[in-house]
Design a binder for this molecule. Sequence first.
Ligand SMILES: NC(=O)c1ccc[n+]([C@@H]2O[C@H](COP(=O)([O-])OP(=O)(O)OC[C@H]3O[C@@H](n4cnc5c(N)ncnc54)[C@H](O)[C@@H]3O)[C@@H](O)[C@H]2O)c1
Length: 427
Amino acid sequence: MPTEKKQKDISLKNNKILRVAVIGCGSRGTRYARLASNLPEQYALVAAADPVSERVEQIRALSSDSGFKGYPDAAALLEDRPSADVVMVCTQDDDHFEHAMGAMEAGYDLLLEKPVSNSMEEVVAIEQKAVELRRRVVVCHVLRYSAFYLKVKQLIDDGVLGDLVSVHAAEGVGAWHFSHSFVRGHWAVMEETSPMILAKCCHDMDLLHWLIGRECRSVSSVGALNHFKADHAPAGAPERCHQGCPVADDCMYNAKHYLEESGKGWLAMVYDRARTASDGEILQWLETSPWGRCAYRCNNTAVDHQVLAMGFDGGISCSFTMTAFDTGRGIEIYGTKGRLKGGEFVHRSGGVDIIVENHQGETLEKIDFEDHGGHLGGDEGLVDSLYARMVCWSVDDVLAEFRQVVHGHRMAFAAEEARQTGTVVFS
Ligand SMILES: NC(=O)c1ccc[n+]([C@@H]2O[C@H](COP(=O)([O-])OP(=O)(O)OC[C@H]3O[C@@H](n4cnc5c(N)ncnc54)[C@H](O)[C@@H]3O)[C@@H](O)[C@H]2O)c1
């Protein structure tokens, strides 16, 4: 049995190019399409669908396929069935079920954005359909493909830490990121989209399950929305930042920050003309868009902090904290031979990404990664690895990985149920 690398080399040598269609050409769809277009020996972009025609045209511009086909929506693409091997489903959370099921039924394998769906029943139905039709489904849990988490996984699997006993992980969403996505943005109202622990932290649930290598059996959780609500609004703050807010100059959530270079990066995810519009046009757009609202006067319900306690098979305990009020992820792993600490805080304070010590206090490893890229390099890693999963892996191996992803989603749904009911949820 040739190794994955050898199989990939053989496929590349035989000019096996994966033909890719994109459904949903927003921020994520365009990102993956751009990364795929940088790997022409692996991928050809052959079709794209989005109701916003400019977004389809952006993907067309990335494609070197003269027969590239654009469609006004997923239904039109799936009805026409362009000749493609893989469909990238990059629509919003709510649409994943319909588009993933439709694409599998039309004969395509999938790169599917997370969350798989915002209902556990639909997640299970998608898994069942993939098994029934023997479709390959790869979920965009990009962090699994980052150099950082691949190294952590390797250190665990090589036994450097001994037997795992306990893990703590944290995700600091970042106050501005939180306000952009979970107060003003797409995932602000949990009842209309996904609960926070699924929308943002299904990545973390997946990572914990993957790193620990065991199934999670029990979850308890507390969390709430403390800060981004009307009773914290500065005195006299109006509904929208441009309406003469008395604290406009001092407020870090002032929508005017979208005019700054760093703000434009965020704006570009929700406003196609972020990079070309004048400041005046952007300000005018903000006057009516959700992103121009006072961050204390939105209809948001997403929790701004949540803590989980989880029990895994083998008696391994795990805690996880999501907070709006820190930036970046971190992980601490305690094993019988050693302990590992890594992530954003370790990097900022210790100058390296990962430190491993034994219990005599000796440093076993200090690892630093020079280039972090999008999602710690995970976006690039995912798109590169997709090829092997579609061309070299067996369908059964891809489905086994998808089963792990489904378990990570189950953990997230269990955590939300535990938070809402104040009970321990067993799975
Ligand atoms: N993997 C990650 O790290 C990561 C990061 C951010 C977002 N996401 C997920 O990616 C998905 C997309 O997020 P985004 O930020 O790119 O959203 P987005 O709103 O920028 O893009 C969604 C696109 O789908 C299009 N669309 C809507 N209905 C359609 C239809 N019927 N047919 C075809 N296209 C249609 C919209 O016009 C839009 O362009 C979400 O599920 C989100 O949760 C994943």
